[in-house]
Write a new protein. Structure first.
Length: 73
């Protein structure tokens, strides 16, 4: 599962309501409101897509480093 690796390496993570459960499980619940994580509660709209692209452009989200270190893998 790559989502946990993306969280650990401080990469941007994005998805819609169908991805919430997968993202939550892969990150052991640490992704909620985490820097660089964009989740739309409905279908991806233009605002959410722009936010995700902005997060991708940052390359890494260093504010998430402590969260990443908390993961056991």
């Amino acid at each position: 599962m790559r989502v946990n690796l993306w969280l650990k390496k401080q990469k941007a993570i994005g998805g819609n309501q169908k991805a919430v459960k997968l993202i939550y499980q892969a990150t052991m619940g640490l992704s909620d409101k985490s820097d660089g994580v964009v989740i739309s509660k409905k279908e991806m709209d233009e605002k959410t897509i722009k936010e995700f692209i902005t997060n991708l452009a940052e390359h890494r989200h260093w504010l998430r480093e402590d969260t990443a270190l908390a993961l056991p893998y």
